[in-house]
Design a protein around this ligand. Sequence first.
Ligand code: SAM
Length: 198
Amino acid sequence: MTDDRRAVREFFTERAARWDARFPEDGPAYAAAIAEVGLRPGETVLDAGCGTGRALPLLRTAVGPDGTVLGADLTPAMLRQVVTAGRARSASLLLTDVARLPLRDGSLDAVFGAGLISHLPGPETGLRELARVVRPQGRLALFHPVGRAALAARQGRQITADDIRAEPRLRALLAATGWRLVSYVDEDDRYLALAVRE
Ligand SMILES: C[S@@+](CC[C@H](N)C(=O)[O-])C[C@H]1O[C@@H](n2cnc3c(N)ncnc32)[C@H](O)[C@@H]1O
């Protein structure tokens, strides 16, 4: 494992047990974002960087009992919390780097990634790998329950134009990795970028 990935794992291992308690009000924002992905019964969706699995029951509801929900995360402590929280029944869990997924080309209808992209050491590699596993016209949702400015304020830093989640940068990055950005919202109470697999 690279130093970058080891650092991500250490960061989230330390936070895993308290993760859900830190953000108790986020449920409706996740539900609204998932509704915008337009998942249909029977589809296959990956929660990339699923963490404690907050989105997994919502994704299961969206694809129904005949659909497939996968939750992938690099941090074992986060995946253990999925089990502790009783969410493992909603999904199959993968302990893996989302930049190297053990999945076939074009095998997914959609990917949901909440709070993921800023943590990817090589976002281009990660987004290209997500494009590999999604079928043509499949969807990618990059979500955060607070917008860029509000998150920067919470973390005591300034918002910057070269932030990977800034629209021009993200649009170019997605275009270079097999995606087309189709909608972008960055408001105080939510960030949601939706892209389609070219
Ligand atoms: C900010 S947390 C968000 C967790 C969850 N999606 C949520 O919304 O509560 C980011 C998660 O992404 C995971 N992660 C970061 N880089 C990853 C990678 N390259 N592959 C898989 N998971 C990764 C972390 O372990 C962490 O659980």
